[in-house]
Design a protein around this ligand. Structure first.
Ligand code: AMP
Length: 409
């Protein structure tokens, strides 16, 4: 079945066209046929980049005013230029990445009218994401009326967390009335990485206790006990937890109050500062991109050194905490742009984890980039692996499973 996977943001649209089936999932032979991104939707210089797995490519800068126009550009390329589709009707399913499923959605769901209404109602919890995700749904439904639409939530995998992990120590009414609790995000990535690790070993996730580190622009750690998320570092919003490219991660709520009261910053200014000018960017003053910060560190820039050190320290601290929380773990898995590609960062994170039995293999770590590889020494009590994530593939598979009504992995 041909599935279109969509990730619709405020000014961007990302898509992948994936061929999958129950047999292909079983044999791990599902295929990505094309991918594309439209950036700066609404501007006069929107950027479109479309690529097929065979290497055909379109790259253009032109005005794309609405999400619907971005879809039309992508579809006309898929049909007329890429040679992949004769007609749009060949796409039988559309999988939507939906950021927030609240407590309502514990797994992926067909986008019935009722489900769409419930996602809309959750927009309060994710005002920057859910409304845009739904714009993608509206456009896809208009242009592909026959295709089945499925919602795959970033939060769903973490719905298995026990209350002690998700409750914040504030008056309980803020949980019951205002729904303020830890939800966790990146669930599709943590779920995929743990699944893929177990699959490669001929086992299932229930055979392991794993600590997955998704280290990209956004970063989070997840404790996965026998296949279930039992804790994760992102919280009510994706701002909590690890230090990220430009998000602060853990921060004393008192510091936020102080900034609001004493530094005469408005709420919107604090919001922008903590989300877009903090993390690696804020501490290093160089960039939100780990590659730039590592380069500045190599040039001897002190704040870049501090940023990398603080970043790695915080990841190690969470891994240590989750190791204890689960009463031990079998392996630490690294994913995301940084986790998959930076031996330097992985080595720094792993150094203090010797205390819980992780012995890194320097050569294996140095060689592992972008593919699944063991990076700890033979016999290391706690293993470490690089396991590239593939959220789009999991969204495509969930979409197929929802359409065919077969159980989720
Ligand atoms: P993602 O959000 O998963 O695409 O990851 C983006 C992050 O990965 C950025 O901070 C990049 O700088 C980082 N990244 C990608 N390649 C490397 C690399 N070779 N070394 C260090 N960081 C990298």
């Amino acid at each position: 079945m041909l599935i279109l996977v969509l990730n619709c943001g405020s000014s961007s649209l990302k898509f992948q066209l994936i061929e999958t089936s129950a047999e292909q999932i079983q044999a791990n032979t599902d295929r990505m046929l094309a991918h594309g991104v439209v950036e700066r939707i609404g501007a006069s210089d929107s950027k479109l980049t479309f690529t097929t797995a065979g290497g055909a490519r379109k790259s253009a800068v032109e005005p794309v005013l609405r999400h619907k126009d971005a879809f039309e550009a992508a579809f006309s390329w898929l049909r007329e230029e890429s040679g992949l589709l004769k007609e749009l009707g060949e796409i039988e399913g559309v999988g939507h990445r939906i950021v927030h499923g609240g407590e309502e959605f514990k797994s992926s769901a067909m986008m019935t009218d009722d489900v769409v209404r419930r996602i809309e109602a959750l927009s309060d919890l994710a005002p920057l994401h859910n409304p845009h995700n739904l714009k993608g749904f509206a456009a896809a439904k208009a242009l592909l009326p026959e295709a089945k639409q499925v919602a795959v939530f970033d939060t769903a995998f973490h719905q298995s967390m026990p209350a002690r992990s998700y409750i914040y120590a504030i008056p309980y009414v803020f949980y019951t009335r205002d729904k303020v609790r830890r939800y966790g995000f990146h669930g599709t990535s943590h779920r995929y990485v743990s699944y893929e690790f177990a699959r490669r070993h001929g086992k299932t996730r229930s055979d392991y206790k794993l600590i997955t580190c998704h280290l990209g622009n956004g970063c989070s750690v997840c404790a996965i006990e026998h296949g279930k998320s039992v804790d994760t570092s992102m919280g009510f919003t994706p701002l909590e937890g690890l230090m990220m490219g430009s998000r602060c991660g853990d921060l004393d709520a008192g510091a936020v109050l102080y900034l609001l009261e004493r530094a005469e910053m408005g709420q919107a200014e604090v919001d922008v500062t903590l989300n877009t000018q903090s993390g690696l960017m804020g501490v290093s003053g160089v960039s939100r991109d780990m590659r730039d910060v590592l380069e500045a560190r190599a040039r001897g820039e002190e704040r870049a050194r501090l940023a990398v050190e603080a970043f790695c320290y915080r990841v190690a601290k969470y891994v240590g905490a989750y190791y204890v929380a689960m009463g031990g773990a079998d392996a630490v898995l690294f994913a995301g742009g940084i986790g998959e590609n930076s031996p330097e960062v992985r080595a720094m994170i792993s150094e203090p984890l010797r205390a819980i039995g992780l012995e890194m293999d320097e050569a294996a770590n140095g060689a592992a980039r972008g593919q699944q590889a063991k990076i700890s020494k033979e016999g290391s009590r706690l293993e470490a692996w690089v396991v590239p994530t593939n959220e789009e593939l999991l969204i495509a598979r969930d979409t197929l499973r929802c359409i065919l009504n077969i159980p989720h992995e």
